[in-house]
Design a protein around this ligand. Sequence first.
Ligand code: SF4
Length: 170
Amino acid sequence: MEKAAPYIEQALALGAADAVPIAVSDIRFDSRTLLKCLYSCPYGPRHTCPTAPGSPTMAQYREMLSRYSWGVLVHGHEKKKTLDIAFELERRAFVDGYQLAWSLSGCVSCAAGCTLKEGKPCRFVKRARPQLYSVGIDVFATVHGLGLPLHTLTDPETEQQNWYGLTLME
Ligand code: SF4
């Protein structure tokens, strides 16, 4: 996927552990991820969550994302750095003419808590994006299909973490 090459180079230069081209047909959708958001989330609802008022449904997300043809998957070991790289690729792709480029790159995860619970708008509306799993993507199956690492951790404080961001280009 030749068009992905400059973005892969940029992601690696910004410190990604891996950055690989991905065809949208390689994305494994599974609406059961919503069950984890509804009943297992330790973070509390945010504007970017599928449980937030007005959020697209899993079926709507799948339909919209299926209209893209390719993107770049960013892998790293630090959450913020990895997700910020995916967002930066979105910004660069937009400037390059991919006007519908969009990233699944998380949000700022405000230390003060999300304004959703106060009924106020997002503090960083231009930066806030959903995570991969919150739009119905089975991240484990998707990254394993590309030969990338991801496994459950018993002690996230001491074990190496694997984080992923996805920038869909066109
Ligand atoms: S950036 Fe902050 S206010 Fe916006 S969705 Fe994330 S936690 Fe909520």
